[in-house]
Design a protein around this ligand. Structure first.
Ligand code: NAD
Length: 409
């Protein structure tokens, strides 16, 4: 059944949610407090990069509207809340959610509110109790870079609330996605989101540490080890790629949030803490590699290719590539960067193309696995190169360090 649906908070999650739900035939009203963002969306120019998004917005322009005025969501069958939940002093700042919730309530906008923002266990129940509205928690699991596809075909739709009818109603919105439904309590649904994200962080830190050991063993290659591990369905091949460490808008903040939440409840997340420590050591490890080949002052300017937190997105939040640029500058190098989707960068030198970045640098670090960074051996020539994600052919350059290969020693 097609509905009128509101989406409050038009960031990476909200815009994709709005686009996909309109594509499924619903009338969607998107609300954001950022007028500039709203204006861009009104002219169908999304303020984020996500493959397939521009076309989807254009295709559904007659079913989509955007505004900063909450009165426009009046009469919606349901309103999603997808505002940010950043970290404040190590804890989750739910003030944006609370603000959106009270404005929805004030606007008397809809009977049903569905929280998509990641919030600590207990938050959604408290919202339901304080507003007296029908409220469900429906966590978001999409990955930036494939968010449209992920939303169209979700692995699972998790719906948390105590009301079976409301669970079925929310499931009705997403039933096209061909997913497994988990209809459960508020708290289980909220925990599923935190447990999933932090488990992924642990998995990446684990393979990064395995990669460190592999570098000490002649004949060892972490990519082969990871492939062998990943074929075991109990392990799975995903998030098993050694690299620069995890960043982005979710894993770092959700890890800190869960650690703080556990402590508040008298428990410790020792495994997660170790994963966070291991992650903090990734960039110093790269600096050590750079220092070892820069001896004698022959390397002054270093180009970093890939500045977003991972390939395929323009999101710079908690980006390891940016942290690497800062660490290089602190270590006395001149750092310049290039990213195919990043056009502006505060306090850092940005090149207009990968060619300019490479040609103007004494050494290059390939920090993300962008397609366009493949097959550029000729361009790199004899420069010193650190290939963090192993996207160049193995051993293809004279001065090449590729993480996780024993021969690097
Ligand atoms: P974002 O920062 O990209 O966007 C949030 C938007 O909400 C902004 O445009 C902001 O202006 C708007 N906003 C803030 N307060 C508002 C209010 N009161 N009314 C209307 N609009 C308001 O955030 P995001 O990355 O889309 O993440 C949203 C939530 O989803 C977070 O809780 C995050 O943890 C979770 N999440 C994000 C991802 C992801 O890939 N980005 C994936 C899964 C879950």
């Amino acid at each position: 059944m097609n509905m009128k649906i509101g989406v409050v908070g038009l960031g990476y999650v909200g815009i994709v949610t709005a686009a996909v739900l309109s594509d499924r035939g619903n009338e969607v009203v998107g609300i954001d407090v950022d007028q500039n963002r709203v204006d861009k969306l009104k002219s169908l120019k999304p303020p984020i990069h996500e493959p397939g998004l521009d076309e989807m917005l254009e295709r559904n322009a007659d079913r989509l509207s955007f505004s900063s005025d909450y009165s426009n969501i009046k009469g919606c069958d349901a309103v999603f809340v997808s505002v940010q939940t950043p970290n404040k002093g190590g804890h989750v700042d739910t003030s944006f959610v609370n603000d959106a919730v009270s404005r929805i309530k004030q606007a008397n906008a809809a009977a049903v509110m569905i929280i998509k923002s990641t919030v600590p266990p207990g938050t959604t129940r408290a919202i339901a109790e304080s507003t007296g509205m029908k409220v469900a928690f429906n966590p978001e699991f999409t990955k930036e870079g494939t968010a449209i596809e992920d939303t169209l075909r979700q692995d699972r739709v998790v719906i948390g609330c105590d009301d079976k009818e409301l669970q079925d109603f929310v499931w009705g919105i997403w039933s096209f996605a061909g997913s497994q439904a988990i209809k459960t309590t508020y708290e289980n649904a909220e925990m599923i989101k935190y447990a999933s994200n932090t488990f992924l962080a642990v998995k990446i830190s684990f393979i990064n540490e395995m990669s460190n050991i592999a570098e000490r063993i002649r004949g060892c290659d972490i990519d082969v080890v990871a492939r062998g591990m990943g074929l075991d369905p109990r392990i799975s091949p995903h998030f098993l790629k050694a690299g620069l460490g995890w960043g982005g808008s979710c894993l770092p903040k959700d890890s800190q949030a869960l650690e703080a939440f556990a402590e508040e409840h008298g428990e410790q997340m020792l495994v997660l803490k170790a994963a966070m420590d291991a992650n903090d050591k990734r960039i110093p490890r790269i600096i050590k590699i750079v220092d070892s080949f820069a001896k004698g002052g022959r390397i002054k300017r270093i180009g970093v290719l890939g500045l977003s937190f991972k390939a395929g997105t323009d999101d710079l939040r908690e980006s390891q590539g940016l942290k690497l640029m800062n660490a290089l500058a602190s270590a006395g190098y001149e750092a310049v960067g290039f990213d195919p989707r990043v056009r502006q960068l505060a306090n850092a030198s940005l090149c207009g193309s990968k060619e300019e970045c490479i040609e103007s640098s004494d050494a290059v670090i390939i920090a993300t696995a962008e397609e366009e960074f493949k097959d550029m051996e000729t361009l790199l020539g004899d420069r010193f190169v650190v290939d963090v994600h192993r996207i160049l052919k193995k051993g293809s350059l004279r001065n090449l360090v590729q993480l996780g290969i024993g021969e690097n020693k």
